[in-house]
Design a protein around this ligand. Structure first.
Ligand code: UGY
Ligand code: MN
Length: 257
């Protein structure tokens, strides 16, 4: 949909942002060949994670993320080959739309596009937890994950794509709302979110603003940003979102004390 000249629904505020597709700007992504990146959320806006779109041409490759960084990639379109180094078993798997991979820091694995592919990627610095080993590489498919009624509402269903275990410091979930369904209350919480609408439409309340949102829009919610959503229109609304989990809210002690 073409925005009226000089206007956009995109809005960037201190505690939240809406990035609509009409304001996307492509740029090369470090470590990715033949790929156009669109960085949607980053520490430069105040977030503690990065969310970007990776638009891979056929044959494009992504090297592992830098040493301390974990990466979650969800295939929206195309076909991507995940190749693990020989010493890690040399496994290969094919990721089609709806498939995802979580790569631990320093994962010895690459992603290669078998055809033009579009990935939604979340990255953050992995925060180790005393006495808990970091998880190993993990892949999955959205259709294999059950959709649980959210706080008892069967019209709002949540799929939890990563294991809900202390070893994981990020959660990535899929939320699907029937038309007219909503979050049951305005949430205010310490976790932050990065979110992309995958289908449908709705209204997102962020802080004291209400935004019409539709498939393709990306939202950032800082910790404690009041948030609420209701699905409207003619088809169910769904979104993929990130949140930080399982780590002490005080953060790391200074100098390891
Ligand atoms: O997991 C969550 O905090 C989720 N209910 N938030 C959201 O969808 N904005
Ligand atoms: Mn929330």
């Amino acid at each position: 949909m073409q925005a009226i000249f000089g206007t956009t629904r995109s809005a960037v505020r201190p505690d939240h942002a809406l990035i609509a597709p009409d304001s996307h700007v492509e740029a090369p992504l470090a470590g990715w060949t033949d790929t156009r990146g669109i960085v949607l959320i980053s520490p430069r806006m105040g977030a503690r994670f990065t969310q970007y779109l990776a638009l891979m041409d056929p044959g494009a490759e992504a090297a592992p993320a830098t040493r301390s960084v974990e990466r979650f990639a969800f295939v929206e379109e195309g076909r991507v080959l995940l190749r693990q180094k020989a010493e890690k078993g040399g496994g290969r798997s094919e990721l089609s739309p709806g498939c995802y991979v979580w790569l631990p820091p320093a994962a010895e694995a690459t992603l290669a596009a078998a055809e033009a592919s579009r990935l939604i990627v979340f990255e953050r610095r992995y925060e180790p937890l005393d006495g808990v080993a970091p998880p190993a590489l993990l892949t999955g498919r959205r259709e294999d994950v059950p959709g649980e009624p959210f706080l008892g509402d069967p019209a709002a269903r949540l799929q939890t794509l990563l294991p809900d275990e202390p070893a994981f410091d990020m959660a990535v979930n899929l939320f699907r709302y029937e038309v007219g369904a909503s979050l049951p209350f305005v949430e205010v919480h310490v976790m932050e979110h990065g979110l992309t609408m995958l289908s449908g439409r709705g209204i997102y309340r962020l802080g004291d603003a209400w935004y019409p949102v539709a498939a393709g829009d990306t939202l950032w919610m800082a910790p404690f940003c009041p948030q609420w959503f209701a699905a409207i229109g003619t088809e169910p609304a769904s979104y993929l979102y990130y949140k930080d989990v399982h780590r002490p809210p005080l953060g790391e002690p200074p100098n390891g004390l």
